[in-house]
Design a protein around this ligand. Sequence first.
Ligand code: FE2
Length: 267
Amino acid sequence: MNVSGSIDLEKYPIHQLDSTAGFELVDRFRSELETNGALIMAGFLRQSVVEECVAQLSPIIEKESFVHNREHNIYFDDHLDNVAVDASALARMHTTSLTVCGDQIASSMLWDLYQWQPMIDFIAAIVGKDRLYPMDDPLAGLNIKSFRDGDVTNWHFDRSEFTITLLLQQPISGGVFQIRQNLRSDGNPNYSGVEKLLEGKDQKVRSVHLEPGTLTVFKGKHSAHRVSPVSGSRKRIVAVFSYFDSPGVRFSDEDRIQFYGRSQVIN
Ligand SMILES: [Fe+2]
């Protein structure tokens, strides 16, 4: 599998950003991301390639995943000022999924795609950065997250400005990406709005149906979001790509242990 043959470049000419089609693409996607807080690119990866990726990943997911379990509040922050620890806006929730790290799939199309310069330049253009860089961390830069029956990523705000995901497999049911756009801002944590969301009373929650092969660019710092609980025997599988403004970004050993259960690189 080579990278450029894996992407639908007719629909998404990301290798020709200097062409008229490339300019139009970036223009359209930038405003879509600005308006919706999310950019959904269905059919980014060809269907046959999606299936090959899942076939390659499945045995690794089954045998070599790290089980990530976490208790957290929506802010991913246990030290908020001026709020009682038992406030319902700070309700604690459970998040569980399986993680495979980049170093476990170093010989894969997904690893090559993560490092592919046209891909990096495309993402930078969409999110309005002059340049972006892949992480200098074979564990953290590319992750495969899998959700078994009952697994969930509960409501949270992201710490990073944007997140890139590529959906590879949908479960039989559940595993729906849900967004409440602009629920907080830099100056306003909006505890009352968060309470309403967690009580299931926020009418502005949007459920986004994604097909395997969809690339998503999402701005989650101010928009609360979750992946609803998966049910059934087929896992939800998604690749997560992390890019930064500066080169050389890597996890500390403590971060690696917390997120992956190990600090050493495999191979
Ligand atoms: Fe997130």
